[in-house]
Design a protein around this ligand. Sequence first.
Ligand code: MSP
Length: 503
Amino acid sequence: MSRFYVTTPIYYVNDVPHIGHAYTTVTADALARWHRLLGDDVRFLTGTDEHGLKIQRAAEANGVTPLEQADRTSARFRDTWAALDISNDDFVRTTEARHRHAVQTFLQRVHDNGWIEPKTYAGWYCVACEAYYTADDLDDGELCPIHGRPVEWLEEENYFFRLSAFEQPLLDWYEAHPDAVQPEGKRNEALGLIRQGLEDVSITRTSLDWGVPVPWDPGHVFYVWYDALINYATAVGYGADEAEFATWWPAVHHLLGKDILRFHCVYWPAMLLAAGEQPPHRLHVHGYLLVGGEKMSKTRLNQIFPADLVADFGVDGFRYHFLRDQPFGPDGDFSYEGMVTRYNTDLANNLGNLLSRVVTVVGKKCGGIGPAPDPDSPLAPVAAAAVAEVTAAWEAVTPSRALEATWRLVRDANAHLEANEPWKADPGPAVDRVLGDALEVLRIVAVLASPALTRAPTEIWRRIGLSGDPGSARVPDDVAWGGYPGGLAVTKGPALFPRLVAP
Ligand code: MSP
């Protein structure tokens, strides 16, 4: 059996979840659901990143302890993911004992292997990034290039990871694993960062205590990023269950935004090599979700919250939009109007109408009993082509392509109905064939759409007389043409996706 381990970044708990976070998480969820359809053994991890100066300051500003801040906000993430039907198998918090143990074990090994040494460090620090910058990196000589906020001068005695020693090993690893970073442009960006030359990096702090203590020098805590990255290993038993870890590592797929490429594509593989482990199998890097052309952030006051959109579009409408309209890779601009148009076109009109039409005509012409499809239907090869394209698209982590191919099948089924007009014809074998074909398309589409839509597919199956959950079907066997048995009672119901009117 194939294994599929997929992760999202773990989210900072200074800020509540917005649609940028949801975008990554919904994509990871859809991928996990696709791999479950394939019958893979799937592990899907998300979680929260709870240490560091940023969280400590947010807690101070809110008049709570850092742990209270983390407890509260981490719960907001968990609730949001539950409301979006996110099917994660685990949720890791970096304040958990299992994580502290994994971080200490991992970095102790790196230390024992000779890759960590003490040094004094001074530099420009951006608290929002939790990262040091050189003077050359700064905008206007004083602003963080990502946040546009003033940086601070920090000086500390701390431990350094000898990243510079990993320049060549990383280049060698990338050469041996040309597909490790997707898309290719991001691989080139990672290689560019490595080729520019790597400097040793500070991985501990003494200026704060909100972190995992350094096991060989307890006056220090690990810098939040070196604690955070290890979460991906914690959750599969690193340092606690070697057999479990060997089961899932290194065949992991990390999803991440382009803002954290350097940490995932340079530092993390180097740390793993230094600990004697293999770098991650795949790093899938995506662009920003922009609002009014800008990245969403608390400081820009342009955040949009998932619950507000779910209230208007439902969970399926929310998930469908982000997977279909925001191609994974480039930046994408969020548009409410675009979301309404997509919902009305694909969900209300194409899919919703196909179902309601078929169910109504089966009621009128077939006594409410769904006929079996024609084995030689002209839609059979169309469905087979859709299955092939959907499979290739998920394999390439291009959800928008997978959904486009699925909806092409929906449109072709509608066109087939319009060409044959079974609602005008007398009952008989010709009408049965056309309706049986449309029911079969609905059965298959419910399965193919189930990584994206978590609710409508089950309802489609119920209305066409099938029991069970399309999300538990198996691809490719259960999407082969001819699976709808016929002879099932087909039932009407309210509109699957009521049409929306833009405000
Ligand atoms: N805590 C770190 C990640 C540590 S992973 C070991 C962090 N957290 S974050 O909450 O600031 O952002 C995490 C991820 O959220 C981003 O990489 C990205 O995947 C997603 N996004 C946050 N804002 C986003 C947009 N506006 N657009 C798209 N994705 C966004 O960085």
